[in-house]
Design a protein around this ligand. Structure first.
Ligand code: NAD
Length: 294
């Protein structure tokens, strides 16, 4: 088993690092939050005092950070100065394609190899080791990253060259953002029409309205499998991160000349939800917008 540096132990990274440790890897974990470090220690990781310390001597470096600026800063300050030539760099965060490609080029220039490996699945899948990874990079980068990703996921798919993983993730989350909003609209209307939400769920989750947003991550408390709605929209996938992803998709659409009317509206709605002070709550909490309680 290998020595793995894991940087970013938040909602997703915490469970992912724990699964690497469970698989027998020697996980050197770092986060700016001491609480997150404490949780990682309990899950079998060895807390490092800095990102640089975690990277020293690691065979793989995995980052799970909020956005491109965080990843670029950690790569510049801690990863590039401390990684050995044999270290594979795996960024699992969702970030913009341009930063991803730049980091991969910088890595190559330093004799290192970097892949983008963003994930789909949410915290339940992160905790259960059931994530889907979409990987961008060379064939050799993919093969080197694969064993680590398999310890954290149920599917590891090579999407194409550097940046392709992020491009797939961006399009996936464009669909997710719009689907969550449509799901919330339907549930809020069902409530206003006096339907029993559980009965509506039982029918719609087996009918053509079914989706991950409805079936697995139902935005109404007490309905469907356990989800952030049952924890007052705490934890999960922050609305601010969904807004970040929608903005990435809108920027990419601008460059590619693609028309995204649903994406445009979803971005406006998540932007208003963030401006109303809900950015750190789960993105399914946007149902409050349609219930009139946001
Ligand atoms: P999070 O905010 O819960 O976790 C991010 C962690 O990074 C925090 O613990 C923070 O303290 C840490 N951090 C920030 N800067 C740091 C630095 N310089 N050094 C060390 N640690 C640092 O976010 P999350 O929900 O775990 O999401 C992480 C990434 O995964 C994001 O890019 C997000 O878009 C993506 N993602 C999230 C989900 C989800 O359901 N939450 C699903 C798929 C993808």
């Amino acid at each position: 088993m290998a020595r793995v540096a894991f940087i970013g132990l938040g909602n997703m990274g915490g469970g992912m690092a724990a699964n690497l440790a469970k698989a027998g890897h020697d996980v050197r974990a770092f986060d700016l939050s001491t609480e997150a470090l404490e949780r990682a220690k309990k899950a079998g990781c060895l807390p490092a005092s800095s990102a640089a310390e975690a990277v020293e001597g690691a065979e793989a470096v995995i980052t799970m950070l909020p956005a491109g600026t965080h990843v670029a800063a950690v790569y510049a300050d801690a990863v590039f100065p401390n990684a050995a030539p044999s270290t594979i760099l795996i960024d699992c965060s969702t970030i913009d394609v341009a930063t991803t490609r730049q980091l991969a080029q910088d890595a190559t220039a330093k004799g290192l190899e970097a892949v983008d490996a963003p994930v789909s699945g949410g915290i339940a899948a992160a905790n259960a080791g059931a994530l889907t990874f979409m990987v961008g990079g060379t064939e050799s980068g993919f093969s080197r990253a694969q064993p680590y990703l398999e310890a954290m996921g149920k599917a590891v798919i090579h999407a194409g060259a550097s940046g392709a993983g992020q491009a797939v993730k961006m399009c996936n989350n464009l669909i997710l953002g719009a689907t969550m909003i449509a799901t919330c609209e339907g549930l809020a209307l069902a409530e206003k029409l006096g339907l029993d939400p559980q009965v509506f769920y039982d029918i719609a989750s087996k009918a053509t309205a079914q989706s991950w947003s409805l079936n697995t991550y139902c935005p109404l408390p007490g309905v469907g499998p356990e989800s952030p709605a049952d924890r007052n929209y705490e934890g999960g996938f922050a609305a601010a991160l969904m807004l970040k992803d929608l903005r990435l998709a809108m920027a990419a659409a601008g460059e590619a000349g693609a028309n995204l009317p649903m994406g445009t509206r979803a971005t406006e709605l998540y932007s208003a939800f963030n401006d109303a002070g809900h950015g750190s709550t789960d993105f399914s909490g946007i149902i409050k917008t349609f219930q009139g309680t946001a």
